[in-house]
Ligand binder design. Sequence first.
Ligand code: HDD
Length: 703
Amino acid sequence: MAKTSSRSQDKSAMIHDQKLERGEGGELHQIAVSDGPVLTTAQGAPVSDDHNTLKVGERGPTLIEDFHFREKIFHFDHERIPERVVHARGYGAHGYFETYESLAKYTRADIFQRAGEKTPAFVRFSTVAGSKGSFDLARDVRGFAVKLYTQEGNWDIVGNNMPVFFIQDAIRFPDMVHAVKEEPDRAFPQAQSAHDNFWDFISLTPESMHMIMWIMSDRAIPRSFRFMEGFGVHTFRFVNAKDESTFVKFHWKPKFGLQSVVWNEAVKINGADPDFHRRDLWQAIQAGNFPEWELRVQLFDQDFADSFDFDVLDATKIIPEEIVEPIPVGRLVLDRMPDNFFAETEQVAFMTQNVPPGVDFSNDPLLQGRNFSYLDTQLKRLGGPNFTHIPINAPKCPFHHLQQDGHMAMRNPVGRVNYEPNSFGEGPRESPHRGFRSFAEAEDGPKVRLRAESFADHYSQARQFFNSQTPPEQRHIAMALTFELSKVETPVIRERMVSHLLNIDVGLAETVADKLGLKQLPKAADAAVAPRDDLEPSPALSIIENGPDSFAGRKVGVLISPRADAALFKRLRAAIEKEGAVMEVVAPKVGGVEAADGSWIEGRYMIDGGPSVLFDAVALVLSEEGAQRLTDEAAARDFVADAFAHCKFIAFTPAAVSLLRKAGVDPDADEGMINLDDPKAITRFIESCRKLRLWSREMAVKL
Ligand code: HDD
């Protein structure tokens, strides 16, 4: 019997390849496909049949000779690379950095020499603890890693959306990460810090207390990557052409202001759309609404560092923006999604040690340790030392070095000379003038394993952070601590945490202790340095104080019913779009509804596929009959009840009152409930939405 077969001989195949094509009216048709490029093996051999392995007879054993099958499965078996040990789940985009003015006075970094210069950039946002397939709205730090392809080498600012960190010395990082990740015997919880191991480690690590305030705040549940800040965290150095150094801290400020969700919303978003942040970035960039951040730098000299209340080398401390004002130096715009997620976002390798001439490190012991870890991890993750040959990691400036061979070498030297010095006058040479020169800081001292005493105050800035929050934000911190600690099974760990909170804010400690059912308050934790209460609150630390001044970039979910008022719907859409926001329509059925005037209103979601947690504000454009029907649907009642409980602005047609009431929402509850019966109501709705949430409602709904 002949060993070859072809799909034309395939008796069981009933379905032919199909392709979608648009007809003249824009409608999609399926058509059969017969031509297109010929499928080949990776070696280029054309393939005759990709659906059937090579067998002896129709029902006989498969032959090992089937090289196409073996190559296909072999490659599939090796599709995965190890996920990042932290920051496994991430999403990236391309863009550019535009320099405002020359910073030559402070740094010789080429990127800061010429006003208006654009430098290509790639940014990857991430969560820290969860695996690659975890959900986006975990309570977690967000990674904010920026790769700038400068004319003098790649510069990576591998930062987070919080300006401080859990630990002061890199040697503690593996313990901290082990503690937060799923517990090793049971392999859960996934992407959560709400478990014993994490809080055990934290409660035994007072240096983490400032970071704990950040991570229990709404900073840990951002509404969008587009609405969060980024920070380089450490103190770095700028070095100018005269080899003079200035300390620098990097801050990324989102153009559209800060915004977070509330915890009850985050929990529901994770079910409704686990890819909420990814989808948001994708949609914004595809729609041409390019996210943007301003880079601001805090610059200070040794005298300031010596006089500052805390050690500038301690990554658990900030320098309040009110003390050293961040100066705007450029803007980062993200305007293109990767063509391929794996090739770019997964394989991108960020490394703190990637700095160009003019940028240098400080002695921050966390940064010094990171400078080892990031190179090391890429070898494991990307499988060899040639990961800079992967296009996303390659510099975009001219480069010449003498490194060669190794796994998957893609760029191989030509010619005879692969060493220097050499007598042939070939090959690259060092440039003492242009090359990277470390700042010549004088160092002298005994070798010790010690933590400097200047790192010993663990509570003062935690207290300052708490005192800088608005009342709703303070409540959210208390609720987050209560939630997290309620999941801790070991009572002594819960108590130990409350003993730390007593050093931060007694009211906070009391609220949490009460919710945790503690019979009495424990003693305050011993503090190496007494917590200070003379630090001025810093308004820059509040999200609510730093929100946007427009509703641009946000989303309104409009719940619509059959026989709705089409003219009102159109006016609403026009007003939302004029504000630079997006409207998405939620309808009782896939496809949309027929309005009262017979026109068709296209729907984006069915109600249970488009719950109100996906939107920043909602509008109910319902007919009497439509509203009546919806009162029977749990998803419709939840849509309304959740929007109200999450303090969102709700606009509604008078007919929607029956649904509101059935959902337990009083249509006259507060100024966040906007009845669309008066002609100016749409304007009032949009103006209200600029505030994002009606926080004064929060006490009434007891979130
Ligand atoms: Fe880290 C990844 C940010 C401390 C070791 N880190 C990683 C990423 C970000 C940060 C944003 C993801 C990069 C990407 O998208 O590929 N890490 C931070 C910040 C820290 C910090 C802001 C403190 C200020 N990290 C830190 C320490 C160590 C590491 C102290 C080890 C000593 N981090 C790593 C790593 C990762 C990483 C294991 C995992 C994957 C990778 O590097 O490429 O090397």
